[in-house]
Unconditional design. Structure first.
Ligand SMILES: [Zn+2]
Length: 370
């Protein structure tokens, strides 16, 4: 499968389905966006309508040797029904909100799998996929053991190609999300943190990480696909992840190409609406270097982004290659990248000068070397 090798989280492969030629007649906002649309539209079936996940429990033997479990002794008495209830209450509404009703992961109780003493978690994932019903599109596998403190919390995959027209069953696509037991510990009571599951479900619909550090750290508080725990690190009562970046809303099919503004070569101005709204121009794209786009969006400090200290403009570079989004990185600021551009600010980057006006309008002009 195509995709970027990542230290801390296994990513899914390229989207699948009909070939890029099938979307060549769609109206798009510019050639730069056409390329991104062509490689992501075939996978949008994953992020459209009801998406049935079976929830499986992975029993980890007490003497399991896989490093991910860190020889920790705790085993939780989890059942598929109990975990299904928790994720249905907290994860389904998150995606309904983020997609404005366009996407709804539907969780149903699946079965239970048991790892042999020296198995890796993939063995449970494989068993869940093999045992899932024919109308199940993906599996969510939750281990009954915690992960070691120095280990990743989980991983997920958008799967491979359907062998016939999508949507297809999980046995065909092999879409999965997997997490350890920590977030389902009874000590969390009625308010467990669900940001990690939300992050892994993001992988199952084809999203890649943003702001990934050199050692695989998730550096940004602006995106569920970076540091998903950032909201509760900034506000202790938070349990959901933040929203996601406008480019992900676009690739998922939740933000129409007609709501994307592509900067003319000579520059221009646009009034941006908050990226998590359901109407208005919510993404500005600036042609950049070969294979990359610069994205400009207004993040409003409300709703899923209420953890931000203030609203402001975020600017990222999106590297596209090998028929997938390769990297998404912020173009200014320091981790956690919550100091966003304010009215009056000017940013010169990637061949453009971006000036923020009143009410977060932006003006972009080509950066002329002197
Ligand atoms: Zn990840």
């Amino acid at each position: 499968m195509a995709g970027v090798a990542l230290a801390a989280c296994t990513d899914g492969g390229a989207p699948n389905g009909s070939p890029p030629s099938a979307v060549s007649t769609m109206v798009t906002a510019g050639a730069e966006l056409d390329g991104l649309l062509a490689i992501t539209e075939p996978g949008r079936w994953r992020s459209t309508g009801d998406d049935r996940f079976e929830v499986w429990i992975c029993h980890v033997t007490q003497d399991a040797t896989a490093a991910i479990y860190g020889a920790l002794p705790l085993r939780l008495a989890l059942t598929p029904e109990q975990v299904t209830s928790v994720v249905a209450e907290h994860v389904t509404p998150y995606f309904e909100t983020l997609s404005h009703g366009r996407y709804r992961p539907v969780f149903v109780a699946g079965g239970e799998a048991t790892l042999a003493v020296d198995d890796e978690p993939q063995a449970c994932i494989d068993e869940a996929i093999a045992g899932a019903a024919g109308d199940t599109r993906a599996v969510l596998v939750v281990a009954d053991a915690e992960h070691g403190a120095d280990q990743q919390g989980g991983f997920g995959s958008g799967g491979g190609s359907c062998t016939s027209a999508p949507p297809c069953a999980v046995a065909d696509s092999r879409r999965f999300a997997y997490v350890g037991a920590s977030d389902f510990h009874p000590d969390w009571g009625a308010a467990p943190p669900m940001d990690l599951v939300q992050h892994e479900i993001g992988h199952t619909i084809g999203w890649e990480h943003s702001a990934l550090g050199p050692a695989g750290e998730y550096l940004s508080a602006l995106d569920v696909m970076s540091n998903s725990a950032a909201p509760r690190q900034l506000e202790a009562e938070r349990r959901d992840a933040s929203g996601t970046l406008a480019v992900n809303l676009f690739t998922a099919g939740w933000l129409a190409a007609t709501d994307v503004w592509v900067a003319p070569a000579g520059g221009g101005s646009v009034q941006l609406a908050p990226s998590l709204d359901d109407a208005g121009t919510r993404l500005a794209v600036l042609p950049c270097c070969s294979g990359s786009l610069v994205t400009v969006e207004l993040l409003a400090a409300e709703g899923l982004n209420a953890h931000l200290p203030s609203s402001g403009i975020a600017v990222h570079v999106v590297a596209v290659g090998d028929a997938t989004v390769q990297r998404i990185d912020p173009l200014f600021g320091e981790p956690p990248f919550t100091s966003l551009l304010q009215p009056g600010d000017v940013l010169a980057t990637s061949g453009w000068v971006i000036t923020v006006g009143d009410d977060f309008s932006i003006t972009v002009t080509p950066d002329q070397p002197t």
